[in-house]
Design a protein around this ligand. Structure first.
Ligand code: GDP
Ligand code: MN
Length: 378
């Protein structure tokens, strides 16, 4: 079996998160001349880590003249975190909860960054983490991302994020081409999604800090969300929750901009899919959205009401599989061990495997059929 053989090769590739190549921890000094009576500046100062390595998801504000004159380096301080006091509540901003936004990124889209900047959740409570492949395309994306980070982190204080971490993965991308048609070919799915699992896990395990309350997974090609995305998803107070991921496109027959479902990985299971799984070999996986493999699962994408129907955007449905284009997770779920299996887990991989793993850990996954985020249209 061709897929299985190439998979084994792929598995043997050692995946070192070599780089931290660029750990851009852009911790700019708050300009000393600027008066800083604002809540933001105060909160930043209070929350700042005492050492650049402790921990990576907290802001680190350099204190001038520290330890340098004597030539003696001060060791990192020992910091005590009481995880019992770390909450993920329905009103996270009021409670000062830290959100970690994680993005695997093969391409940099300005629209993604602009959308990120518009998020209304206090930026000083948001840390960003990225992982990019070490390909030509990945290099270009890294350069563009670094430029955007530098611009934002030296701009107005209220726009700056608490911290930014950029990782480079050091294995070759399993696919020659990142073009949508190639990416979505059925026979490419298994190696592709297993590689994505590794990228997500590396990113997660490298950046999750002791102060992180929420993890928001946001793909690099999500170019439009409500600015209140974090508040809106958190307000449901669910361990795992996904909005509906659509795509805007120009319909040449109606001559209008319209929208269509994009992500088919959020679903409720079906008897057919379970039966299919039972008959599968242990290394085979179920995929969603392919005619080759009709599962008859109920897809979140098709539960959406019409655009102007005035349907309740906060309608909740329980899900068995989730997609990762935008995915809000209470940090506790990841801390308990739920990750993105790069191996068939109940015949599921990556984000769908994650949903299953969360479920096995006793959590439930939820979807919002009428709350939308939009994927870039290539
Ligand atoms: P699709 O929308 O389901 O076709 O998936 P994408 O190809 O858009 O991938 C999902 C996310 O992972 C996007 O943010 C991509 O930029 C990113 N991505 C895709 N391939 C790779 C890869 O090989 N390495 C890393 N680190 N990120 C990737
Ligand atoms: Mn995508």
């Amino acid at each position: 079996m061709v897929v299985a053989r190439s998979l084994r090769r792929n598995n043997s590739v050692t995946w070192v998160v070599a780089g931290l190549v660029t750990i851009v921890l852009i911790f700019f000094l708050l300009s000393p001349s600027a008066p800083s009576p604002s809540l933001t500046a105060h909160r930043r100062q209070q929350d700042a880590a005492e050492h650049s390595l402790s921990p990576p998801t907290k802001p680190f504000l350099k204190k001038s003249g520290r330890g340098s004159s004597s030539g003696k380096r001060t060791p990192p301080p020992v910091v005590r975190y009481n995880l019992n006091e770390l909450n993920s509540t329905a009103s996270p901003a009021a409670a000062g909860e830290h959100v970690l936004i994680l993005t695997p990124m093969a391409r940099f889209y300005r629209e993604y960054w602009d959308n990120l900047l518009k998020l209304t959740y206090p930026h000083e409570l948001i840390s960003l983490g990225f992982i990019l492949p070490k390909t030509k395309e990945g290099n270009a994306a890294t350069a563009a991302l670094q430029a955007a980070v530098a611009e934002t982190q030296s701009g107005p204080v209220d726009n700056r994020f608490a911290s930014v971490t950029i990782l480079r993965q050091d294995f070759d991308s399993p696919l020659e081409s990142q073009d949508e048609k190639e990416r979505h070919k059925y026979e490419n799915q298994k190696i592709r999604r297993q590689a994505m699992s590794r990228a997500r896990n590396s990113l997660l395990f490298t950046t999750l800090g002791p102060a992180t309350s929420w993890v928001l997974w946001l793909d690099a090609d999500i170019v439009e969300t409500p600015p209140t995305l974090i508040e809106d998803l958190a307000r449901h107070d669910k361990p795992v929750i996904v909005p509906n991921c659509f795509q805007r496109y120009y319909n040449s027959s109606t001559k209008r901009m319209e929208r269509r479902p994009y992500d088919f990985n959020s679903w409720q299971d079906s008897a057919t899919a379970q039966e299919l799984a039972k008959q599968m070999g242990r290394d085979e996986i179920l995929l969603e959205g392919y005619a080759e493999l009709p599962t008859y699962r109920t897809l979140l994408a098709y539960m959406a009401a019409d655009e102007d129907s005035g349907a309740d955007p906060h309608l909740e449905v329980q899900l068995d599989g989730v997609g990762g284009t935008a995915l809000m997770v209470k940090a506790q779920v990841h801390r308990d061990g739920a990750m993105f299996p790069a191996f068939p887990f109940y015949h599921l991989v990556e984000t769908e495997g994650f949903a299953k793993m969360a479920r096995r850990l006793g959590y439930t996954c939820w979807g919002l059929p009428n709350y939308f985020v939009y994927h870039y249209n290539e």
